[in-house]
Ligand binder design. Structure first.
Ligand SMILES: [Zn+2]
Length: 147
């Protein structure tokens, strides 16, 4: 739409300059057209760039995910960290570390993770969840939180 205004503006401006003999109108219009092209160009570039790059989910969706995790957490026993979400086209991805008591069996830890993933996917059908299970009492579990 803005490019239509640019073309109309140029024609109207040149017409005015010609009709009125105000020659200063010509460079003023040229500057305005130049600024308009820069603005439109910047907007097109940033729109297409953000479509190409993965981005985190919306703050609302991230809050909903955090609420699901909070509902599963038991401070000191079951905790979560390194929670990251991203959207790539129609797909959503989520990573998280689930910290559980170290004496849980693999079966119990896996069951707990599967239950949680089920809850998340029930609310976010396009979501692929990758979970990392860690013992809550091991200091090494906390060394991998940075991006
Ligand atoms: Zn971790």
């Amino acid at each position: 739409m803005a490019d239509v205004y640019t073309s109309v503006g140029v024609v109207v401006g040149l017409g005015l300059a010609w009709l009125t003999g105000w020659n200063w109108l010509d460079p003023v219009i040229a500057i305005l057209v130049g600024v308009n092209i820069l603005v439109v160009g910047y907007r097109l570039m940033s729109e297409s760039a953000s479509g190409l790059m993965d981005a985190t989910l919306s703050p609302e969706d991230n809050a909903r995910i955090q609420a699901i995790l909070d509902a599963h957490a038991e401070p000191g026993r079951i905790e979560f960290h390194a929670v990251r979400t991203r959207e790539s086209g129609a797909r959503q991805f989520m990573e998280m570390h689930m910290l559980v008591p170290g004496d849980w069996t693999v079966l119990r830890g896996h069951d707990a993770m599967e239950d949680l993933v089920e809850k998340i996917v029930a609310e976010f059908p396009a979501m692929r969840v990758t979970g990392h299970l860690e013992p809550v009492s091991d200091p090494r579990s906390y060394e991998d939180m940075a991006l």
